[in-house]
Design a protein around this ligand. Structure first.
Ligand SMILES: *[C@@H]1O[C@H](CO)[C@@H](O)[C@H](O)[C@H]1NC(C)=O
Ligand SMILES: *[C@@H]1O[C@H](CO)[C@@H](O)[C@H](O)[C@H]1NC(C)=O
Ligand SMILES: *[C@@H]1O[C@H](CO)[C@@H](O)[C@H](O)[C@H]1NC(C)=O
Ligand SMILES: *[C@@H]1O[C@H](CO)[C@@H](O)[C@H](O)[C@H]1NC(C)=O
Ligand SMILES: *[C@@H]1O[C@H](CO)[C@@H](O)[C@H](O)[C@H]1NC(C)=O
Ligand SMILES: *[C@@H]1O[C@H](CO)[C@@H](O)[C@H](O)[C@H]1NC(C)=O
Ligand SMILES: *[C@@H]1O[C@H](CO)[C@@H](O)[C@H](O)[C@H]1NC(C)=O
Ligand SMILES: *[C@@H]1O[C@H](CO)[C@@H](O)[C@H](O)[C@H]1NC(C)=O
Ligand SMILES: *[C@@H]1O[C@H](CO)[C@@H](O)[C@H](O)[C@H]1NC(C)=O
Ligand SMILES: *[C@@H]1O[C@H](CO)[C@@H](O)[C@H](O)[C@H]1NC(C)=O
Ligand SMILES: *[C@@H]1O[C@H](CO)[C@@H](O)[C@H](O)[C@H]1NC(C)=O
Ligand SMILES: *[C@@H]1O[C@H](CO)[C@@H](O)[C@H](O)[C@H]1NC(C)=O
Length: 591
């Protein structure tokens, strides 16, 4: 059974009693909705791989997944567990079954004393893949040396359950990758945009009744903190701090194109990895979704009369940013966005070919409003830029509808999106001092539920860096962050699969303040680091799973200086306070 853990001493006691790892090692957690009220009662389980990732750059772990023998199951959960000890950056890791990416995760940053974590992911939507042999490719590219002494020891385990679902279970019949299709070479099939092509050809069976596409996209290197980037014409605002600012604006749109036509977009969630901005903020509570990067689902059912014509069709992914000098204000982005997609289809078992037509697209380009303000002083005839402030807002709506005719008759189907974005930034002190206030909100409605789903991602971030001029002194960053993730509505894939019935609500907020000092030579924090991060997390839904399903859940977490001081989990919702504005930026984003 599940116990409320009202304080840290009890968690620590349980840790000492049950943990297989050294008691000094720190459990680095991500708040998540438990996938079931109890993980006991598996029909069977197996280890998919165990691997130590040390010097693993471009050398993924390659293995074979065999479906469990003599095991009747409905539900599959993957359990990743990782230990690491030493010095290392946070790393991204991608799990593929063949050419299809099924999980994108990232690592916590280890310590000299050692850390561990485990995280469970619901995999039942991949049922079609889980019942046949698959090549497993887990790419966790990391460096290992005298300086970077932390390896990541990863165990991936599959847990299978034989469950009763209230309305039955209907996982997708087939899954097609939108990826580099490179698994035959034993490498990850991730595509890196804007350099890679991003397009694959797929031939559908003729009798498809529902189709949806899920997209995974994350920015790396100059695009990791895309939401703090500036319009390209301002990257050289502070010549005294060259290379500090990245361009292509803080607006990003990930697009799905079918035969070159826009079918849906994602204005991504601003993800922060465990080394993000200030590593002191994320230990031992990692940033929202760090262990399970979010997908965005686009319902492509309105395109079925076209897609079921027996021919091959192009599915393409693209990432664009705002460019004030471009005619349509849309341009390419910096390197490198790692993207993949997967197309999920459900077959019409009684139909020969899905027909229909009248595909109507009502798509307006994004509208932008952009106001830059540059402040400078002139001393003794020499001009110096002292601050740069700008606001950028964007709006877009998109609607695609059609008629489709399956064995159950004709119906009108549509996919609609409405998106808003506002980003205000203010930088002073050669942009070592940066504040951001961003709000991304939107709604979508799918072809099957009759529900409008909404999301909202506010983020307020203030950071003030002091970069040490020589290795004799420490660098530092003071950071304040207040951000939330609020979603309400239909999770397309889990609803169609029967894992959830109807609407779900999730609200979580992280508020953190940290003073972090590091040594540039050894890329490591120090004993002087102080920080507090508090997280509120509340969920309410309608599980398809019978008695083991989770209806309501909340968790309130707080860490002070790398130790959990509050951890209160309950089978009920909680009030999640709103993200509030931070100092040093005037005005609040309005979308
Ligand atoms: C599966 O069942 C068959 C027939 O009962 C048996 O021969 C086989 O050994 C079993 N395999 C495993 C892995 O248990
Ligand atoms: C996940 O794996 C870890 C390490 O083997 C284990 O301690 C933990 O109990 C597992 N979690 C579940 C839900 O089985
Ligand atoms: C990781 O695995 C390596 C090789 O098996 C081992 O030497 C090391 O002690 C392990 N580290 C941790 C933190 O578990
Ligand atoms: C891929 O890995 C498998 C298993 O390790 C190996 O048998 C095969 O030769 C490798 N293929 C290539 C192209 O390297
Ligand atoms: C991708 O490749 C296809 C086929 O070679 C080509 O038609 C298309 O223009 C390319 N797309 C991009 C974005 O380069
Ligand atoms: C001030 O900023 C503008 C815009 O980025 C830049 O073009 C200009 O060179 C900067 N001026 C100085 C003196 O740094
Ligand atoms: C499917 O094709 C078969 C054989 O041509 C035909 O008998 C049947 O009526 C068709 N079914 C539908 C739903 O069109
Ligand atoms: C398309 O719309 C027209 C006019 O409303 C209608 O007559 C026709 O039946 C529709 N076609 C399909 C395939 O639904
Ligand atoms: C400006 O010029 C005066 C006279 O040459 C000099 O004394 C002063 O230090 C200069 N100020 C700055 C900020 O460079
Ligand atoms: C889109 O959302 C905005 C903000 O909620 C709203 O004002 C606008 O009317 C919506 N547009 C459409 C076409 O639904
Ligand atoms: C940074 O680390 C190096 C290597 O351990 C050391 O020589 C140096 O003194 C350290 N610098 C500071 C400011 O602590
Ligand atoms: C920008 O930041 C500076 C210093 O942090 C502050 O004094 C100023 O009011 C801010 N400007 C705006 C427009 O928010």
């Amino acid at each position: 059974m599940f116990h409320s853990l009202p304080n840290y001493n009890l968690s620590l006691l349980l840790l000492i009693l049950f943990s297989q790892v050294s008691r000094a090692s720190l459990d680095v957690v991500q708040a998540q909705v438990p996938l079931r009220t109890s993980f006991a009662g598996t029909a069977c389980k197996q280890t998919i791989f165990k691997h130590s990732f040390a010097n693993s750059y471009g050398v993924p772990c390659v293995g074979i997944y065999f479906p469990p023998e003599n095991c009747t199951f409905t539900t599959t959960i993957f359990n990743i567990s990782v230990t690491s000890k030493g010095r290392q950056y946070d790393r991204l890791a991608l799990l593929f079954f063949g050419d299809t990416e099924i999980w994108r995760t990232s690592t916590a940053m280890p310590t000299e004393e050692g850390i561990y974590w485990s995280y469970q992911k619901e995999m039942t939507v991949f049922d079609a893949l889980l019942r046949t042999e698959q090549k497993v490719i887990f790419d966790l590219s990391s460096f290992y040396s005298d300086l970077y002494t932390g390896a990541f020891n990863v165990t991936l385990e599959a847990l299978y359950y034989k469950d009763n679902y209230v309305s039955g279970l209907s996982p997708p019949d087939r899954i097609y990758p939108i990826s580099a299709l490179a698994s035959a070479q034993n490498i990850s099939s991730v595509m890196s945009l804007p350099d890679d092509n991003g397009t694959v050809s797929i031939t559908f069976p003729r009798n498809v009744k529902t189709a949806t596409v899920s997209i995974l996209a994350s920015g790396n290197s100059a695009e990791e903190f895309w939401y703090t980037n500036v319009p390209s014409e301002y990257v050289d605002t502070f010549p005294g701090n060259p290379g500090w600012l990245y361009g292509y604006s803080p607006f990003r749109e990930v697009q799905l194109l079918i035969d070159g036509k826009l079918t849906g977009v994602s204005w991504p969630f601003p993800l922060l990895f465990t080394g993000g901005v200030d590593p002191g903020l994320w230990r031992p509570i990692v940033g929202i979704d760090a262990y399970d990067l979010p997908t965005f689902d686009i319902d492509v059912t309105p395109w079925l009369s076209l897609l079921c014509d027996g021919r091959s069709h192009d599915f393409g992914l693209k990432v664009v940013g705002f460019d004030n000098s471009a005619e349509d204000k849309i341009e390419t982005v910096g390197e490198n966005w790692w993207v993949t997609g997967a197309v999920y289809i459900w077959l019409d078992d009684h139909g020969n070919q899905t027909l229909g037509g009248n595909i109507t697209t009502n798509i307006s380009p994004p509208t932008f409003s952009y106001h830059p303000i540059l402040t400078s002083t002139t001393t003794n005839g020499t001009k110096t830029n002292t601050s740069f402030y700008f606001s950028l807002t964007a709006h877009r709506t998109l609607a695609i509808s059609s008629t489709i005719r399956t064995s159950t008759g004709s119906k009108q189907v549509s996919w609609k999106q409405n998106l808003s974005f506002s980003n205000i930034q203010n930088m002073t002190d050669l942009a070592y001092n940066q504040s951001l206030s961003m709000l991304s909100t939107g709604s979508y409605s799918d072809s099957f539920s009759g529900t409008e789903s909404t999301y909202s991602y506010p983020i307020n971030l203030y950071s003030a860096y002091v970069i040490a001029p020589t290795t004799a002194t420490l660098s530092s960053v003071f950071t304040l962050i207040d951000r939330s993730l609020i979603t309400k509505g239909i999770d397309i894939l889990s609803s169609l699969t029967g894992l959830t019935l109807g609407s779900e609500s999730l609200a979580t907020r992280q508020f953190g303040e940290s003073m972090y000092y590091w040594n540039e030579t050894i890329v490591e924090g120090t004993a002087a680091d102080t920080g507090v991060t508090e997280q509120w997390f509340s969920y309410s839904g309608h599980p398809g799973l019978g008695e083991d399903g989770v209806r309501d859940f909340s968790r309130h977490l707080k860490e002070v200086d790398d130790a959990i001081v509050t951890d209160d989990e309950r089978w009920e919702t909680m009030v999640v306070p709103n993200t509030k504005p931070l100092p040093y930026v005037e005005g609040e984003p309005v979308v």
